[in-house]
Design a protein around this ligand. Structure first.
Ligand SMILES: Nc1nc2c(ncn2[C@@H]2O[C@H](COP(=O)(O)OP(=O)(O)O)[C@@H](O)[C@H]2O)c(=O)[nH]1
Ligand SMILES: [Mg+2]
Length: 201
């Protein structure tokens, strides 16, 4: 089964998008498979509300493991099963916590195997100097993604006022990349994401 992976800095809304997109595609319970940092796989079923409460955090690195949900998506003439993967965030430099370093290495490994790479950014925070604003690691992901294909940017948090200007800046910074404005909260842009995934899987 092919996979589609969410990558990006911490706190940009990867897990929020992951759960919201799964709900949008009709998943009411998610079987989450955690690939722990020790390499073992644990399976756990959650209702979407509980999953949201557990995994979405306002502090970075709540998601340390790679989580996956199985989804069905419409493609040309029918449907296709795929795995959607949520990852811990990527950060610039070398993190001092070895668990975080391991988590980043695992995310990168899963990324290489994935057919589709959705690069999530916080559009409300493009130019500030916070952990979730755009930085070098985003430029590197973008370079990698454009070369390998099946890649687009999800400009998340479009429900926030600051995101309008942020989106302009993103489009100027990544002029050759397909950028889909989305909101994990309002599900704006989800139809476009579904079509992009359907075309590329
Ligand atoms: N307003 C708004 N907030 C969001 C959106 N997506 C995520 N958030 C918030 O951003 C924070 C980080 O979200 P999370 O999904 O844990 O980010 P992750 O670290 O990338 O997985 C949480 O406080 C979320 O509620 C969005 O589309 N709009
Ligand atoms: Mg997360």
């Amino acid at each position: 089964m092919e996979s589609c992976i969410l990558m990006g800095k911490p706190n940009v809304g990867k897990t929020s998008f992951f759960l919201s997109f799964a709900s949008y595609l009709g998943v009411s319970k998610c079987q989450l498979l955690f690939r722990g940092v020790d390499g073992g796989i644990q399976r756990q079923a959650y209702g979407m509300d509980i999953a949201r409460k557990y995994f979405i955090s306002s502090s970075p690195f709540k998601t340390k493991d790679v989580c996956e949900i199985h989804l069905t998506i419409p493609v040309y003439k029918g449907t296709q099963e795929l795995k959607l993967l949520d990852t811990g965030g990527l950060m610039d430099g070398i993190h001092k916590d070895p668990h975080v370093r391991k988590s980043m290495a695992m995310s990168l490994q899963s990324m290489e195997q994935a057919k589709i790479l959705l690069h999530v950014m916080d559009t409300s925070n493009v130019s500030s100097n916070q952990i979730n604003s755009i930085s070098h690691i985003d430029d590197q992901l973008n370079q990698y993604g454009r070369k390998r294909g099946g890649y687009c940017i999800l400009a998340n948090k479009m429900d926030l006022e600051e995101s309008k200007e942020g989106l302009n800046q993103l489009q100027r910074r990544y002029p050759d990349t397909y950028i889909i404005p989305v909101s994990a909260v309002t599900q704006a842009g989800f139809k476009e994401v579904k079509m992009f995934v359907g075309r590329n899987i």
